[in-house]
Write a protein that binds this ligand. Structure first.
Ligand code: NAP
Length: 237
């Protein structure tokens, strides 16, 4: 008897949290992983059996349509969407680059909202599915100079909470993971890394986030985890 495969779409899979989640999923039995981000050569590091690499810019609606068409034409269904593509722009009133901020909002909010709704329409047709959003501890509180980034994550939290209510009487789940500082490439361009400016001796690793993903995925159908915060000890926020 053939076993139904678990089909997972991971955005932001070329680095950091998305990359680590994709690697974890690749190791799971009967799992098909579709990975996407702009940097094709980085995605190729994930080349393996049961993995499809689809490079592109997630802020382009036509690219999102292609991703969804590919999955439903090839598999006819999808089990999980991991919304990991994201960026951070911060700065003081004097220094903030508003064009970079609006580009971040287009990625963190607009692209994530668009993909979430498009996939949810499909999930409603198939009557199951799980969306996991990479929100942030800054989706629950703000920090000076990080208002726009926090706002983008508050937006994800608000949408997810409303969708959870809308999906109450269905098998479809939506979860926000709310990490504190994780060591990835997200802060690579910062002059001073937040672990130093915020004095966080032991930031989270992507493996810590993967452990949370594993926990979320292991829950039985009747258990819903709308949000899960994970902070490094010593992160005073
Ligand atoms: N690191 C942290 O401390 C932390 C804490 C809380 C929440 N988060 C959230 O976790 C998520 C992942 O962040 P990370 O830390 O893993 O950062 P990262 O290492 O910089 O990864 C970001 C990913 O987003 C992709 N991406 C950026 N712009 C894109 C675009 N226009 N189209 C398609 N893909 C795009 C990047 O790929 P390409 O450049 O190849 O396109 C990359 O794969 C983000 O939403 C972030 O806000 C991170």
């Amino acid at each position: 008897m053939s076993v139904k495969k678990t089909v997972c779409l991971v955005t932001g899979a070329s680095s950091g949290i998305g990359h680590a989640i994709a690697q974890y999923l690749q190791q799971q039995p009967n799992t098909e992983v579709i990975v996407t981000a702009r940097r094709k050569e980085r995605l190729e590091a994930l080349a393996a059996h049961h993995t499809t690499i689809i490079p592109g810019d997630i802020t382009e609606p036509a690219f999102q349509d292609n991703l969804i068409s590919y999955i439903w034409e090839r598999y006819g269904y999808c089990d999980y969407l991991f919304n990991c593509a994201g960026n951070i722009e911060t700065g003081t009133i004097e220094e903030i680059n508003i064009d970079r901020v609006t580009a971040m909002l287009r990625l963190n909010i607009e692209a994530t909202f668009r993909l979430t709704y498009a996939i949810l329409k499909k999930f409603k047709e198939q009557e199951y599915g799980h969306i996991v959003n990479l929100s942030s501890v800054l989706g629950t509180k703000v920090r000076a100079t990080a208002g726009a980034y926090a706002a983008s994550k508050y937006a994800i939290e608000a949408l997810s909470e409303a969708l959870r209510m809308e999906l109450t009487n269905s098998a479809i789940k939506i979860t926000c993971i709310e990490p504190g500082l994780v060591m990835t490439e997200l802060h690579n361009s910062w002059e001073v890394h937040p672990k130093d400016s915020m004095n966080i001796p032991h930031p989270l690793s992507t493996a810590d986030i993967v452990a949370v993903v594993k926990f979320i995925m292991e829950q039985p159908a009747h258990v819903n985890i709308p949000k899960l915060m994970i902070l490094p000890k010593g992160h005073n926020i």
